[in-house]
Design a protein around this ligand. Structure first.
Ligand SMILES: *[C@@H]1O[C@H](CO)[C@@H](O)[C@H](O)[C@H]1NC(C)=O
Ligand SMILES: *[C@@H]1O[C@H](CO)[C@@H](O)[C@H](O)[C@H]1NC(C)=O
Ligand SMILES: *[C@@H]1O[C@H](CO)[C@@H](O)[C@H](O)[C@H]1NC(C)=O
Ligand SMILES: *[C@@H]1O[C@H](CO)[C@@H](O)[C@H](O)[C@H]1NC(C)=O
Ligand SMILES: *[C@@H]1O[C@H](CO)[C@@H](O)[C@H](O)[C@H]1NC(C)=O
Ligand SMILES: *[C@@H]1O[C@H](CO)[C@@H](O)[C@H](O)[C@H]1NC(C)=O
Ligand SMILES: [Ca+2]
Length: 579
């Protein structure tokens, strides 16, 4: 209904403008600026009431606009208003879809700009007017507020305003992303925000889960990047809008911060950060590992770390005790190694997440391996030095004096005779040391130096030693054997070097009263030892041994041994320890 009709000029004037004119004349003001010269009614009159500071784009011919307007006659009577309908007027500019005056009036406008416009009848509805609404030859006043502009040639516009230092991976088609966003219209009105829901928006990219503009606008983004993605309505919700917050033909502006990124085809990524020079053994399925870790999300948020608990995380690997990605990432490590293991959610905590870990989150574990062993491990012995005449080897019952330094696999010193300044002395095979140590001290000769590695099941077990040895820790002993006193045959605490006297009882029973008291017995045994005829088991308190021997012979417990009670070991029905 645009009108090209020429009509009589100068039909009416705005009362407001007349008033201005009068007042200016009255006050003898300097020459009035061009905009304030009286309107001759030949062309559209435009007054820019508000122009926003930011104006990235102005209306051109062929653009599609959404605007609000209030239309009135010069006397102030309203003839139409978009506000009354509660929705913007949506139309192409410069395509004769508007009255000529409005097509002109909108040109050059910014979003959020407000214009007061006067349209003469020949650029409005002419001498015909609009039946019942606009009388013939009406000048029309419009108060116009521009809400939205786009053009059918528009593409998705991407403006990156923050890019992280490191960007090793960017969003590709079929990736899964988690991001925060604020969605606004071009005029700045917020229509949606992930922050209101207190969680990221999680979706696949490029496969039609999103509006086409977002499917495209997220491509090439890296975690930590922030972008403004401006989407014209034909790549968003189109003519209909979404039926809720988003009206038809609305351009959308998404302020997006990418938090997380993976592809469902991803496996874990392992970045070795430190591998010790000597690495004789690498972890395998079934090994038991102790490690420290920091667990973060891709955006750097720490969700868990072992350090805060002051103890390592201990687990079997490759057996499903930990998340699949960790089970895999912990294979092939050396003791002392540091690695970063990046785990996609399908190998982590999945769509559900857990605790501080959001659903579908990629996990980054920085791990430091303290030690590992296998439950089938025995003691590992490495001999560093062996004397040339190594003929006497340690065996069960021998009394040993040795020096040692004990440490963990990571080198932490636990204990040392070097610090104590004296040897450690034990009877081998008597349960005075942990089983692994007992094994590690066998078949050793004086002067020999060894390293003995003891797995926890042959050491201090899962419990460890409070404040000294961590639970499930592998122990490393460096040992030097200094002295060895051969023990007695198994089961004996005292032996004769020569034949045993046939009248043994009578020899012991010095006063010949037919009874042997402890004192008599003790004197006799010590005499044998001192004269080199007999030998007590080394490494034990001799008084204790003698007392035990006496008690064993004093079968009725009356404190005396009689000839009937007295027996040698080979006469015993089943092994007593003595004689
Ligand atoms: C970026 O990567 C380099 C090399 O991988 C690393 O040294 C640096 O710390 C990284 N910077 C950030 C901010 O992560
Ligand atoms: C969205 O708005 C919130 C709250 O105003 C702000 O903290 C955040 O940085 C904005 N941008 C994104 C991408 O979330
Ligand atoms: C960890 O150890 C440090 C220093 O030994 C101590 O201050 C802290 O309280 C401990 N934390 C826990 C959780 O045991
Ligand atoms: C974990 O973080 C702490 C503190 O930043 C750091 O000292 C430690 O080396 C980190 N551990 C690993 C395995 O990266
Ligand atoms: C043999 O070893 C013993 C210690 O076990 C040592 O006292 C002796 O000197 C050695 N003899 C020779 C010939 O090396
Ligand atoms: C223990 O460590 C000390 C100091 O490093 C060293 O001198 C000594 O030879 C070590 N002892 C053994 C048995 O390895
Ligand atoms: Ca008796």
């Amino acid at each position: 209904m645009p009108s090209g009709q020429r009509t009589r000029r100068r039909r009416c004037c705005s009362p407001l403008l007349l008033a201005l004119l009068v007042s200016c004349v009255a006050c003898q003001a300097p020459p009035v600026p061009a905009a304030e010269t009286p309107w001759d009614g030949k062309d559209v009159f435009i007054e820019r009431n508000y122009v926003p500071q930011q104006c990235p784009r102005t209306v051109g011919s062929g653009d599609f606009v959404r605007y609000h307007y209030h239309g009135a006659f010069p006397d102030g009577r309203k003839f139409d208003s978009s506000y009354d309908r509660g929705s913007t007027f949506n139309v192409f500019v410069g395509k004769n879809q508007l009255i000529a005056g409005m097509d002109k009036a909108l040109l050059g406008m910014c979003v959020n700009e407000r214009r007061f416009v006067k349209i003469p009848p020949h650029l409005g509805y002419g001498s015909e007017g609009v039946s019942g609404v606009i009388p013939p030859d009406s000048v029309l006043h419009f108060d116009v507020l521009l809400i939205d502009i786009w053009n059918s040639d528009d593409q998705v516009q991407i403006h990156t305003y923050h890019k992280p230092e490191n960007c090793s991976r960017t969003v590709q088609v079929s990736d899964f992303v988690r991001y925060h966003y604020n969605g606004t219209f071009l005029d700045g009105t917020l229509f949606d925000s992930s922050h209101n829901r207190m969680r990221t928006y999680d979706t696949y990219v490029g496969i039609g889960w999103l509006i086409p503009g977002m499917d495209k606008g997220l491509l090439g983004m890296c975690v930590g990047e922030k972008r403004i993605i401006t989407v014209p309505p034909f790549l968003a919700y189109g003519e209909e809008g979404d039926g809720k917050e988003i009206p038809g033909q609305a351009s959308l502006v998404f302020d997006v911060a990418l938090i997380d990124l993976h592809n469902p085809k991803d496996s874990i990524t392992v970045e070795q950060q430190y591998v010790p020079e000597s690495c004789e053994r690498r972890s395998q399925v079934g090994d038991f590992l102790r490690y420290h870790y920091n667990g973060t999300l891709l955006d750097g948020t720490l969700f868990d770390c072992s350090y805060s608990r002051n103890r390592t995380y201990d687990t079997y690997i490759g057996k499903g005790y930990v998340i699949a990605g960790m089970d895999e990432g912990l294979l092939g490590v050396c003791v002392g190694e540091k690695r970063r293991i990046i785990i996609p959610p399908h190998l982590g905590y999945g769509e559900e997440g857990r605790g501080k870990i959001p659903g579908s989150a990629v996990l980054v574990f920085d791990i430091h391996v303290m030690d590992f062993h296998n439950p089938s491990d025995s003691v590992a012995i490495t001999t560093h030095y062996k004397p040339s005449n190594c003929s006497v080897l340690s065996k069960k019952g021998d009394y040993l004096k040795y020096h040692y330094n004990a440490s963990l696999l990571d080198g932490t010193l636990l204990d040392s005779t070097f610090i104590l300044g004296k040897t450690y002395n034990i009877v081998l095979g008597s349960g005075q040391v942990v089983l692994g140590m007992d094994m590690g001290l066998r078949d050793m000769c004086v002067g020999e130096k060894r390293t003995v590695i003891i797995p926890p099941h042959l050491g201090y077990g899962e419990a460890g030693v409070e404040g000294e040895v961590p639970g499930s820790a592998v122990l490393v002993f460096n040992i030097e054997l200094l002295d060895l006193v051969s023990g007695l045959p198994e089961g004996y605490m005292f032996v004769w070097h020569d034949e045993v006297s046939p009248n043994l009882f009578e020899e012991i029973d010095k006063d010949n009263n037919g009874e042997v008291l402890l004192e008599e017995f003790s004197n006799y045994i010590h005499e044998q030892v001192n004269s080199g005829k007999g030998k007590l088991a080394p490494g034990f308190d001799s008084e204790t041994i003698v007392k035990n021997m006496f008690t064993n012979q004093d079968r009725n417990g009356d404190g005396k041994i009689t000839a009937e009670e007295f027996k040698l070991k080979d006469q015993e029905p089943q092994g007593h320890d003595e004689l």
